[in-house]
Unconditional design. Structure first.
Length: 147
C-alpha cells in the first residue's frame, strides 16, 4: 500500500497530529498511505530532519556503505604495525634503563575514519551556501565603495 510513498514535511506533521489526537498506528498508516513501520519511525522522531536521518541510517545503501568501510578498516588493522627502534647497541640501552630513560621508542600508526550523518551534511551545505552569499554581498559593498 504505502511501500514507496514519499514522506514530505507536511505529511510528517499530519501524522504527528493524528498520533497526538489518539489515532492508532494502523489508522494513521491507512489514512496517509504509509506503512505502519513508517508511522512508528515518525512517532519516535522529534523533527522531520531527525526522521530523514533515521530513514537514511536504516536504508540498504547506508548499510552496504558501512560494510565496505568496516572491511577496509579490518584490512588496515591486519597490516603490520611499523616500529621505530633505535640503532644504538644493547649496552647503551641498559645504561639508559639504569638512568631511567626508555630503552626504545615504538610508534604506532592508526587510521581514523570520521563519519557524518546525512543531517550533518545537509546542515554543512546550508552553512556553506550562507557563507557564499555573505561573501558575495561583501564583495558587492566593497565594489560600490571603491567607485
Amino acid at each position: 500500500m504505502g511501500r514507496y510513498a514519499k514522506v514530505t514535511e507536511s505529511k510528517f506533521k499530519a501524522v504527528k497530529i493524528l498520533l497526538a489526537s489518539g489515532s492508532t498506528h494502523k489508522e494513521c498508516a491507512e489514512s496517509m498511505g504509509l506503512s505502519v513501520c513508517t508511522v512508528g519511525v515518525i512517532k519516535r522522531s522529534e523533527t522531520y530532519e531527525e526522521y530523514k536521518n533515521i530513514t537514511y541510517m536504516t536504508s540498504g545503501y547506508y548499510r552496504k556503505k558501512m560494510m565496505k568501510e568496516a572491511e577496509a578498516i579490518k584490512e588496515a588493522e591486519e597490516e603490520p604495525v611499523e616500529e621505530v627502534v633505535s640503532d644504538a647497541p644493547a649496552s647503551s640501552e641498559t645504561k639508559q634503563e639504569e638512568i631511567g630513560l626508555p630503552a626504545q621508542v615504538v610508534e604506532y600508526r592508526q587510521n581514523v575514519t570520521i563519519q557524518a550523518t546525512h543531517y550533518m551534511m545537509e546542515e554543512l551545505r546550508k552553512t556553506n551556501e550562507l557563507l557564499t552569499l555573505i561573501s558575495n554581498k561583501l564583495a558587492f559593498i566593497v565594489e560600490e565603495l571603491t567607485r
